[in-house]
Design a protein around this ligand. Structure first.
Ligand SMILES: O=C(O)CCC(=O)C(=O)O
Length: 269
């Protein structure tokens, strides 16, 4: 019996490559996470750096708790079983009137994983809608296998290589995943997705993308740690990450630094 997704949602994920929206935390909790991020930014006098936005679950306790949230894990378990790791996470923040965008791409392109059984839970920390550049997906493209990509390194592209699918994407075939704070979408690692710039003059858009894998998935091209968040890991292909006991916990910060350096050499978001 599925724990949280309906049979129809599981079927939709298999057929279309995504499910949305799913409420996973309250609006109040999403607001508290946002407040913590913005408090940190105020105390440092600058928006979160690109480095801190990668694997932020190692740096902020509220994000480590978020990735262990029962409702998210129940939904991921409905798709990939009860033994789950968080392979990575990313904060995607678009400032008001920010030209930053995300080109059409498949996440699987540079991730170096042994299987496409990988799902992203994209959790809205702020509202995410047409006005501020919500995530868009092209249904069914996860069934196309790995598509060729080209690296553009375009200035405003939020992906580290500016990678984009090297095939035409019909914008009329895409679906926008508008979310309220505390709702999530789930998307398959091969689903073509992207997002437009934030056209709003006042609304910041903040999303936390959490990448889940079942424990049988292996890393093929580097030694990347991961966090065991549900069940057992009898495969032990990944070193297990510690849980931060406070924000910027030194042991997690040093693991974060080490992993980001390795990541920058080997791959791209
Ligand atoms: O937040 C966005 O607009 C893009 C997110 C994305 O590319 C991802 O979660 O893989």
């Amino acid at each position: 019996m599925p724990k949280i997704l309906t049979p129809g949602q599981i079927e939709a994920y298999r057929k279309d490559g995504y499910v949305a929206p799913i409420r996973v935390i309250s609006t109040e909790r999403a607001a508290a996470i946002r407040q913590r991020i913005e408090e940190f930014e105020r105390s440092h006098g600058a928006p979160l750096s690109a480095t801190i936005r990668k694997r932020p679950h190692l740096l902020f306790t509220c994000l480590n708790e978020l990735m262990r949230e029962e409702r998210i894990l129940d939904a991921v378990e409905d798709l990939y079983g009860e033994n789950l790791l968080v392979w990575s996470s990313d904060l995607f923040i678009k400032e008001p009137a920010d030209p930053a965008y995300v080109s059409w791409h498949q996440d699987s392109t540079y991730w170096g994983l042994s299987s496409p059984d990988v799902v992203t839970a994209w959790v809205a920390i702020s509202e995410s809608d047409k006005s501020n550049g919500a995530l868009e997906v092209v249904p069914g493209t996860h069934l196309k296998d790995q598509l060729p990509h080209r690296d553009t390194f375009a200035e405003d592209n939020m992906l580290s290589r500016g990678q984009e699918v090297a095939v035409e994407v019909d914008p009329n075939s895409s679906v926008m995943l508008e979310l309220e704070p505390g709702e999530m979408s789930l998307h398959h690692v091969r689903l073509v997705h992207g997002s437009a710039p934030n056209g709003s003059k006042t609304q910041r858009r903040i999303g936390c993308a959490i990448r889940y894998i079942p424990t049988y998935v292996r890393q093929l091209d580097r030694q990347n740690p991961a966090s065991l968040v549900r069940g057992d890991d009898t495969f032990r292909s990944f070193e297990h990450e510690p849980i931060p006991t406070r924000d910027m916990d030194p042991k997690c910060v040093s693991l974060h630094d080490k992993t980001i350096k390795m990541w920058d050499v080997a791959a791209a978001t």
